[in-house]
Design a protein around this ligand. Structure first.
Ligand code: AMP
Length: 502
């Protein structure tokens, strides 16, 4: 059995809460380890009996209900990869993913108005209650190079792409990561759950929490947009490990009450997914004298992250403009591939090693473009520009049009491709508007094929059009209409000139 599954199974009889979902103006929903395992065994047994030899991936649709964990583990135990989809994703995109994966069934905790074979929460709970199944034998569980989970990210063609992470990848990642965040003597480990499960940052809290027998303190999306209620909730949380995007902690830091008094148990902040600013790290060190601050880096394609560094005062003082993202984990290697216009010593980060995923689901061509083998090891070209100072890796932007907005990974061309699906949009280019080096909003420049009578109405219509296929965080704040897009000497759209119009 995989080491991480063994560790999680070790808490079978624990009465500790595996998950507590906190919601706005509603009671929390909870699940102990013991109840979680009772449910996992029943569901895994049922999946084995129902699906027989069919080991295709299953889709798990919902938000942060404790049963999401039951579904994930039941999939793994019964030999199925799972693909988590958050309810914030528009139905059209959910339908696209379901079409691509063609899962024999979809496990849900929320209403999913799509015509596909589903197991609803009520059905799953009734099945668990009946208790008529035996857990599958251990050798049925997902193992080795079999896919454990598939996470869909934004794709430049306007279609999402599914990263296939194997059981081995996850095991290798956790074997390295768990010892970096040991519970201190007297610490009752509690992890915050900020990102949705469809974002691989969630793996950075979910699996360590489960392996350690800790509580995953989940925050419902309603709470995340109500800071008064969120802070009340945080006060009672007992969170000891904080894992989030830097953007989320920045919004919390805007309130001076976000300090060690609010979170007396917190001992570490771990960040990944986007640039950690020195001022954020400084504010955390100042306000949380009992906690350490860690930065890490990695794409979904390399199982969450593969660098790590303790951002202490000395590092903040030494690198106030660009903090390091960390030292590369043993088992991984970073190569800097030559770039035409890069500064000396910089190059595209290629990750080589045992956490590199197998590729994109059902997309061999795209997989061949980005993945490969170097020295017999799996390798992935990230598109990130990086450089080393001694053994510390630093990031310095992208070679393409991928950005991070509040931690979300967005291929700007994904927005453009969906804009031009509108029958009256001839051309579209979306640009990020920056404040310092953080994206503040998205602006789309559109060539519209008809005289616009009411600009406001057309903007509304185009946004509604996008909302059918894109999640809210990918909808541009502003749409600017142009008669034509400026071209550069090579005849390509002149993004620099457009940038001047922001
Ligand atoms: P995702 O697959 O959503 O985790 O996004 C991966 C991308 O996020 C990377 O390729 C980087 O562009 C960016 N990223 C991740 N961690 C960091 C970091 N610590 N600093 C700067 N950018 C980061």
């Amino acid at each position: 059995m995989l080491k991480f599954m063994q560790a999680i199974e070790g808490h079978r009889n624990s009465q500790v809460l595996a998950c507590q979902l906190n919601r706005l103006n509603q009671d929390a929903q909870t699940l102990t380890y013991q109840d979680m395992w009772l449910a996992v065994d029943q569901l895994a047994g049922w999946l084995q009996e129902t699906l027989g030899q069919d080991r295709s991936p299953l889709v798990v649709y919902g938000h942060k209900h404790p049963y999401m964990l039951v579904y994930f583990l039941a999939c793994l135990k019964s030999g199925h990869a799972y693909c988590p989809i958050d309810l914030s994703m528009p139905l059209d995109r959910v339908a696209t993913i379901i079409e691509k994966l063609a899962p024999p069934l979809v496990l849900t905790t929320e209403d999913l108005p799509l015509d596909c074979r589903q197991v609803t929460l009520a059905q799953a709970q009734a099945l668990v209650q009946a208790g008529s199944y035996d857990a599958p034998a251990d050798d049925l569980a997902v193992k080795g190079f079999e896919t454990a989970y598939i996470i869909y990210t934004s794709g430049s063609t306007g279609q999402p792409k599914g990263v296939c992470v194997s059981a081995e990848n996850l095991d290798n990642f956790l074997t390295w990561y768990l010892p970096l965040i040991p519970a201190q003597p007297g610490e009752r480990p509690v992890f915050i759950g900020q990102p949705p499960y469809s974002f691989d940052l969630s793996v950075m809290s979910v699996y360590p929490a489960l392996c350690m027998g800790a509580t995953l303190y989940q925050l419902d999306k309603g709470l995340l947009s109500n800071y008064g209620a969120l802070f009340d909730c945080l006060k009672q949380s007992g969170i000891s490990t904080w894992v989030s995007t830097p953007s989320f902690v920045d919004t919390c830091l805007a309130d001076p009450q976000f300090n060690q008094e609010l979170l007396p148990q917190v001992r570490r902040f771990a960040f990944c997914g986007e640039k950690l600013q020195a001022r954020t790290a400084q504010a955390l060190l100042d306000r949380f004298p009992l906690a350490k601050v860690y930065n890490s880096y990695g794409p979904t394609e390399s199982t969450v992250m593969m660098t790590w560094v303790d951002i202490d005062q000395a590092l903040i003082d030494a690198y106030p403009d660009n903090l390091p993202v960390g030292r590369v984990r043993p088992g991984s290697q970073v190569k800097l591939l030559p770039l035409e216009e890069a500064e000396e010593g910089q190059g595209e980060i290629q990750i080589i090693g045992d956490t590199v995923a197998q590729g994109y689901y059902g997309q061999p061509e795209l997989t061949a473009q980005k993945f490969g083998q170097v020295g017999g090891q799996p390798a992935y070209k990230t598109g990130d520009v990086g450089y080393f100072e001694d053994d510390l890796l630093f990031c310095n932007g992208r070679i393409d049009f991928q950005i991070k907005w509040h931690g979300y990974r967005i291929e700007l061309e994904d927005i453009d491709a969906n804009l031009i699906k509108h029958p009256l949009v001839g051309q579209a280019i979306t640009l990020p508007k920056y404040e310092g080096d953080r994206v503040r909003s998205l602006v789309s420049f559109v060539v519209y094929d008809q005289v616009i009578q009411q600009r406001f109405q057309t903007v509304r219509e185009l946004k509604a059009h996008l909302k059918q296929t894109l999640p809210d965080y990918m909808i541009p704040k502003k749409i600017v209409f142009l008669d034509s897009l400026p071209l550069n000497q090579n005849g390509k759209v002149d993004r620099k000139a457009l940038g001047g119009l922001l």
